[in-house]
Design a protein around this ligand. Structure first.
Ligand SMILES: Cc1ncc(COP(=O)(O)O)c(C=O)c1O
Length: 350
């Protein structure tokens, strides 16, 4: 692998971090990528070292939440090749959000260029193959300007920072890593609101319910549909999955974020394992009929749900080997350990 001149690594190829024991935390890496939208044009500022942003106090992102973010991961293969996972899907989802919050789309070419540049510039922070860790990428987008009225910005900043991360839920995935979730009485999104886009306000709205669940001893809250509180929506940062007999089920709802990990798992289930899959409304009462439950996302990967509790009921789910099968294929594709029949890996040259 050809290495940029600005690191002096000797025989090593990674930074001196304890990659096998990382949490899901911010670690300041040397470079971030930035582009600005001004006068109707996107312009790349390239790589910047300062992790502090200087933006006008009247900026729409600060007052009216005109903001979006993405989360994606980059992996190091056994031969040191570096791969992003389905980056064009994150680009597409960011632009769905941009249209909704009435900002300019980020051209896919700019999004991909940013990812390539920021990963190459920070390549010693891509964790070693087999460490279980990955490089988390946080592309985000903010409306800025000298403004006070409630209206979309004319200028925007698109930035990507990176941080090496371990599991989102402590302990990660495995047959001894069951997690308990609490059904929340609150909503994270409105029935016809912004739940389907990755806007920061959805996450601010989840802090109170999430804290309530965590202080009661659960790892996170599970949200129900905001109109009737009858159907399962999703977790704060992950989509819901369950097995009913042979079928892999996942909720369909206009107010959940459509997880790229979930889409990948449904495709793996259908194409590789030939399991039936269903995307449909799932009532809370139907939990009685499920043999297994989990949640999935870029950060959560697959997280086995061992129990779910609501105001007066508790459901328990044993570990199901099918989670392991899905996990092995997904992570195998992401890390280059398995073939990629779907074309999901995106190689990044450094
Ligand atoms: C609310 C929510 N649901 C689901 C997900 C999982 O989506 P993905 O698999 O695309 O990361 C995330 C994380 O991005 C999320 O924030």
């Amino acid at each position: 692998m050809k290495k940029p001149q600005y690191y002096f690594l000797g025989e090593r190829n990674t930074a001196d971090l304890d990659f096998s024991n990382l949490g899901f935390d911010y670690i300041a890496c040397p470079y971030r990528f930035e582009a600005v939208f001004q006068h109707g044009l996107w312009r790349s500022r390239g790589l910047v070292e300062d992790n502090t942003m200087h933006i006008p106090e009247g900026s729409q992102c600060l007052h009216y939440g005109q903001q979006l973010f993405e989360g994606m991961k980059v992996f190091r293969g056994g031969d040191d090749t570096i791969y992003a996972f389905r980056p064009r899907d994150n680009s597409r989802r960011l632009n769905e959000g941009a249209r909704y919050i009435r900002g300019p789309e980020v051209p896919e070419e700019l999004f991909i260029r940013g990812i390539e540049e920021v990963v190459a510039a920070n390549h010693p922070y891509v964790p070693p193959h087999g460490s279980g860790a990955s490089l988390y990428l946080r592309p985000f987008y903010v409306g800025i300007g000298d403004n006070v009225g409630v209206k979309p910005a004319t200028d925007y900043v698109f930035r990507i920072f990176v941080a090496p991360v371990g599991p989102y839920y402590k302990g990660g995935f495995g047959p001894d890593q069951g997690k308990s979730f609490m059904v929340s009485r609150y909503d994270r999104a409105a029935p016809s609101g912004t739940g389907h886009i990755k806007a920061g306000g959805n996450y601010a709205a989840s802090f109170h319910p999430g804290s309530e669940a965590k202080s009661a001893g659960f790892v996170d809250a599970i949200y129900l549909d905001p109109a009737e509180h009858k159907f399962i929506e999703e977790v704060g940062a992950a989509n819901f999955l369950a097995f009913k007999g042979d079928a892999l089920l996942t909720p369909d709802s206009p107010s959940i974020l459509r997880s790229i990990t979930r889409q990948s798992l449904l495709e793996i289930a259908a194409e590789i394992f030939k399991w039936p899959t269903e995307e449909r409304k799932i009532s809370v009462d139907e939990l009685d009929d499920f043999s297994a439950a989990a949640c999935c996302g870029t950060a959560a990967v697959i997280t086995w749900i061992e129990s779910i509790v609501d105001a007066d009921r508790k459901w328990e789910f044993p570990f199901d080997e099918r989670w392991q099968k899905l996990y092995d294929v997904l992570v195998g594709i992401q890390t280059g350990a398995k073939d990629d029949p779907f074309g999901w890996r995106y190689e990044i040259s450094v």
